[in-house]
Design a binder for this molecule. Structure first.
Ligand SMILES: NC(=O)c1ccc[n+]([C@@H]2O[C@H](COP(=O)([O-])OP(=O)(O)OC[C@H]3O[C@@H](n4cnc5c(N)ncnc54)[C@H](OP(=O)(O)O)[C@@H]3O)[C@@H](O)[C@H]2O)c1
Length: 281
């Protein structure tokens, strides 16, 4: 990864921080995105200790807000003359329905529109850096989800888990459509399930689902080291050079759900996402 620049979101904790350390150790220059300066400083200190001499910058944005993504993107472009890898990883689970400043349900805004808008704003630079890779962290939680275009933001009967499952289905559909649109550019796009990982994921929830997460992570959660395996593999391995549009688990291509393979739905989701973020579809 020497000479390559990796942009990683959600790099102040969990899978993103571990992936940053691993890619830094492979020689990559790191351009990281966090949202909390105290955690960002701690993450930078960890990275500098783990990878002496690592070249790393931290930028800050709340990726559930479109104004912050629009402020962040030019900052990243100014810092990174090339972007060889973009890992969209920042994500969350919200037991209670919340609405962002953009009037959008928070899970959908952060987990899907955050990936969509940031990627689109960086796309030209990534294409100019080809061969390059876009890696979208999804989840096996997508498997029971379907999209309802009449209620994309789960307004009718909100369940945090249902909204999370849908957002992770969106990650895979977005990746498929992105790969199709990037065909011939030398930029690949793949999504992945990292496994159930004992990170800080879900700790912001105090209700029954928050408790369920804590118990599941404690008893059957993988280490963050194991959780970072597949994103690091997709970002750096020569085995996946030129491979695009696929979904991976345990560093192997895997079939996502039938709903996640529907190219018409993927194309419609793209158009809806463009409308919701004020981009041209
Ligand atoms: N953990 C699992 O079992 C699991 C399973 C399947 C998929 N995933 C996916 O893996 C990805 C990473 O999760 P993780 O397990 O590493 O969770 P984590 O330890 O909670 O880390 C999440 C990262 O995202 C950042 N983030 C959260 N909300 C943000 C916002 N509004 N704006 C900017 N950054 C924000 C967090 O920042 P702070 O440090 O400020 O909180 C943190 O750096 C997510 O996309 C998740 O859906 C996780």
């Amino acid at each position: 990864m020497k000479g390559k620049t990796c942009v990683i979101t959600g790099a102040t904790d969990g899978i993103g921080l571990e992936a940053a350390a691993r890619l830094g150790a492979l020689g990559a220059r790191l351009v990281l995105v966090g949202r909390n300066r105290t955690k960002g400083d701690a993450a930078l200190a960890t990275l500098r200790t783990r990878v002496p001499g690592v070249v790393v910058d931290m930028h800050y944005a709340d990726l559930s807000r479109q104004d912050e993504i629009r402020r962040l993107a030019p900052e990243l472009l100014a810092t990174a003359p090339r972007i060889d890898v973009l890992i969209n990883n920042a994500g969350g689970f919200f037991e209670k329905r919340e609405i962002t400043v953009d009037g959008i349900e928070r899970t959908f805004a952060l987990n899907h529109l955050g990936y969509f808008l940031l990627t689109e704003l960086l796309r030209e630079r990534i294409v100019a850096s080809a061969p390059a890779r876009i890696v979208n962290v999804s989840s096996g939680a997508h498997r029971r989800a379907t999209l309802d275009f009449a209620d994309l933001q789960t307004a009718r009967s909100y369940s945090g888990w249902k909204s999370y499952q849908r957002s992770k289905l969106c990650n895979i559909l977005f990746t498929r459509e992105l790969a199709r649109r990037l065909a011939g550019t030398g930029v690949t796009a793949n999504s992945l399930h990292p496994g159930l990982v004992a990170s800080s994921f879900g700790d912001n929830n105090r209700g029954p689902m928050g408790l369920a997460f804590r118990v599941a992570k404690r008893f059957i959660g993988l280490s963050v080291e194991a959780g970072a395996e597949t994103p690091v593999y997709l970002a750096s391995s020569s085995e996946v050079e030129g491979i695009t549009g696929l979904y991976f688990g345990k560093c192997k291509a895997d079939l996502p759900s039938v709903a996640a393979q529907d190219d018409e739905v993927a194309s419609r989701l793209w158009r809806e996402s463009a409308a919701l973020t004020g981009l041209q579809s």
